[in-house]
Write a protein that binds this ligand. Sequence first.
Ligand code: GGG
Length: 354
Amino acid sequence: MKKKKIALIPGDGIGPEVISEGVKVLKAIEQVDANLSFEFTEYPWGCEYYLEHGKMMDENGLDQLKDTDAIYLGAVGYPGVPDHISLWDLLLKIRKGFDQYVNLRPVTLLNPSLTPLKNKTEKEIDFLVIRENSEGEYAGAGDWLFKGKPEEVVLQTGVFSRKGTERIIRYAFEEARKQKKTLTSISKANALNYSMVFWDEVFDEVGKEYPDVVTYSYLVDAASMFFVQQPERFEIVVTSNLFGDILTDIGAAITGGMGLATGANINPEREFPSMFEPVHGSAPDISGKGLANPIAAIWSVAQMMEFFGEEKWSELIVTTIKELLEENEHLTPDLGGNATTEELGNQFIKLLTG
Ligand code: GGG
């Protein structure tokens, strides 16, 4: 029997609503699978916690989480707390503290009706974005000089270390080799004449060790256009932190919206726990109304199962999401339906266990 310790951080806004549907899925799995059980510990961290305690999470928060097998996070951010505080003091603190340097974001069309692109099938929109998740443009390096003065200058420095750049590119090559797929690097070396020239050089250097992997390199502006015009070009994509963040929102837009976009923050060495989360934010405008789509959070459970080596469950969850979308009767308003978050979640469990 495998017992997995899961830390729940539902967070803000719609976070708790969607995470509670994902937890139902985990509980359904342990009911039917005699070899798996989950022990949940919930943490009240987020913006409400900040307003009460002056911090997004406990000072020894990472210590509290470090012995868990996975972190399952909902969303961060709420009016009243500046976005850079809520993001940096919780989500990014965990990603950095646990060296979760790989962000896996699938761009997979599960039903042709979901894409706004004309004549695109599921086969044509099915790729994986591997985003560098620990440094780059989100390194937190910079300065704010002469604040409020006419000569005010703000610096935000992209940090691309050899270690950080090489390891994400190597991870992507390994994945492309394993899956026998092409690998596309997305950068911007013509304008970012230090960081992205370096990125491209490392991509070429590491690529020499993988002669069996077919590679492509695009500038991020051209790649953004290809995401919407010719998504079939892509199989596995590797890119920097900021570009990956932006491109995967385009990825969400061509596959059904943010309600279906999932992301896994992985520490491949398994020295620290990895974290699974819907890509969307806290959506304060719809929180507490039962309108949130929990599919992304449920898909995050599939990514967690894959990370645990439970591919059977991972595949079954994704197949069941497909079934739910095909059935087209219990979908939330973002997908044109009138089901509540809970109704969609209950129907998902029925299909999964039925
Ligand atoms: N679901 C987590 C969440 O609330 N994400 C909001 C966000 O702004 N994320 C930025 C990022 O993924 O780097």
